[in-house]
Design a protein around this ligand. Structure first.
Ligand code: FAD
Length: 426
């Protein structure tokens, strides 16, 4: 029996990743106690619907992983509305904000992240991370006619799309020279920008907020180019800061997030980290954090395998999606290939129409090897691309030169056989 299966597992952070660790341990027969501590008062839920379905309609059901009773049925001790305040690594115990402490055989940190704050605080300024946040924004949207969205990244643009559909006048202010500059390839970001503009969203890129004040008439921002924006309220979506305070205070190695190996072990092998706050080994071996639904699940699955002493599941290509208006955009692998700061030689992007009418695919290549892909309304093609990227597939010239993605031929590349090779060449 591996260390930790006979002693208790304590999980700090009852979000998507922490919830998945607890559920999988219990479902797969972990023999010791499993305790899940969560600062929010709700059982673990998934966040993607918050900026989409729930903001459109706050009566949308809470996207819980499983109903609360399921934790009890599985014997998981849920400590909700409780915050862990300290970790004593020598005694292997965690202290909670009610003064109690819990011993652990294995500790899993799953504390996610907090929205980055602007250097000013205003009554009319919201952020979006939790169900409480989405309810507050939705309540404002009930009576508001206009909103200022600060940050042209994924969360900001999803909020912009959803509130625009609710009829609000929307202005987006982005300090970068274009929208989605952190991880979306330029042509894909351009399609999304065009769509927002067509819906009537005012997009202001390359400007920052110089000053802002609020009064009974609303919130008034002066931008760095001297122009002004007035809105009933603002939503800031400028990224998150990983919640690593506990880890840092007890001396774990951190580098943006808590540094872990491929088995999710931190610098203290009794402590694992998962989800948004874990800095996992990236393709170049350097620690990198990944703030996605898929990463929360994959890292949870890996941590569970480590705790149960099982083989670590094979790697997958990274994957992310966003929904804005009727655009479903999905990214996999390295989507910034050839970008100015990537230093990749020979990186190029090949654009093709998707197998589904109206969909577009963007294939990112190093030489002829597919290292990443982006899909607009082409989910089925994306599932093939994810497997191609994970397998490091080299795409034949004929496939790259065709203006349309050939999903059947591409699938053939995944099962190397004389028959599939013939299909590709045809
Ligand atoms: C609005 C929104 C939309 C998103 N949409 C998408 C999408 O479309 N596609 C996609 O791939 N990803 C999306 N994501 C990202 C995805 O939801 C996150 O990557 C995922 O939630 C990360 O899970 P996590 O468990 O690491 O962190 P979280 O879900 O943030 O959970 C961390 C939990 O730990 C708790 N906690 C923190 N400190 C303590 C403490 N000391 N003691 C106890 N509890 C503590 C927090 O309160 C929180 O509940 C979205 C995120 C947001 C916010």
């Amino acid at each position: 029996m591996s260390a930790g299966t006979d002693a208790g597992v304590v999980i700090v952070g009852a979000g998507q990743a922490g919830g998945r660790v607890a559920l999988q341990l219990a479902q797969r027969g972990h023999p010791g106690p499993v305790t899940l501590i969560g600062a929010e008062s709700l059982p673990p839920y998934e966040r993607p619907p918050l900026s989409k379905e729930m903001l459109a309609d706050p009566s949308h059901p809470l996207p819980v992983l499983v109903p609360a009773e399921e934790y009890e049925r599985l014997g998981i001790a849920l400590r909700l509305g409780r915050r862990a305040t300290a970790i004593d690594r020598n005694r292997q115990q965690v202290t909670l904000d009610d003064g109690s402490s819990l011993p652990y055989g294995r500790l899993v940190l799953a504390t996610g992240g907090r929205p980055r704050q602007l250097p000013f605080s205003l009554e009319r300024l919201q952020v979006l991370r939790t169900v409480d946040d989405v309810r507050a924004i939705a309540a404002r949207a009930e009576t508001a006619t206009s909103v200022l969205v600060i940050g042209g990244g994924v969360i900001g643009l999803e909020v912009a799309a959803t509130l625009r559909k609710r009829g609000l006048a929307v202005t987006v202010v982005e300090v970068g020279s274009r929208l989605l500059g952190r991880n979306f390839p330029e042509p894909v970001a351009a399609v999304i920008a065009e769509r927002h503009a067509a819906e009537g969203v005012v997009l202001r890129t390359g400007v920052r907020i110089r000053s802002v004040h609020e009064d009974a008439g609303g919130l008034h921002a002066t931008l760095s180019d001297g122009s002004t924006v007035t809105a009933d309220f603002a939503v800031a979506g400028i990224g998150i800061t990983p919640d690593t305070a506990l880890a840092q205070e007890c001396g774990l190695v951190t580098d943006d997030g808590v540094v872990v190996d491929a088995d999710m072990r931190s610098s203290d092998p009794a402590i694992l980290a998962v989800g948004d706050m874990a800095a996992i080994p990236g393709p170049d071996g350097r620690p990198m954090r990944c703030e996605t639904w898929q990463n929360a699940n994959v890292t949870a699955e890996r941590a569970v395998a480590t705790i149960l002493g099982e083989a670590i599941p094979p790697g997958e290509a990274s994957w992310f999606w966003t929904d804005q208006y009727d655009l479903n955009v999905q990214l996999t692998g390295d989507t910034m290939v050839g970008g100015p700061d990537r230093g990749l030689n020979g990186g190029r992007v090949v654009e093709q129409s998707a197998t589904v009418a109206g969909g577009r695919l963007y294939l990112m290549l190093e030489g002829d090897r597919l290292v990443g892909a982006a899909a607009i309304n082409a989910g089925r093609d994306m599932s093939v691309c994810r497997r191609l990227v994970a397998s490091g597939a080299v795409l034949p010239a004929a496939m790259l030169e065709a203006g349309r993605f050939d999903a059947r031929a591409a699938r053939g590349l995944l099962t190397p056989s004389p028959a599939s090779a013939r299909q590709v060449d045809a």
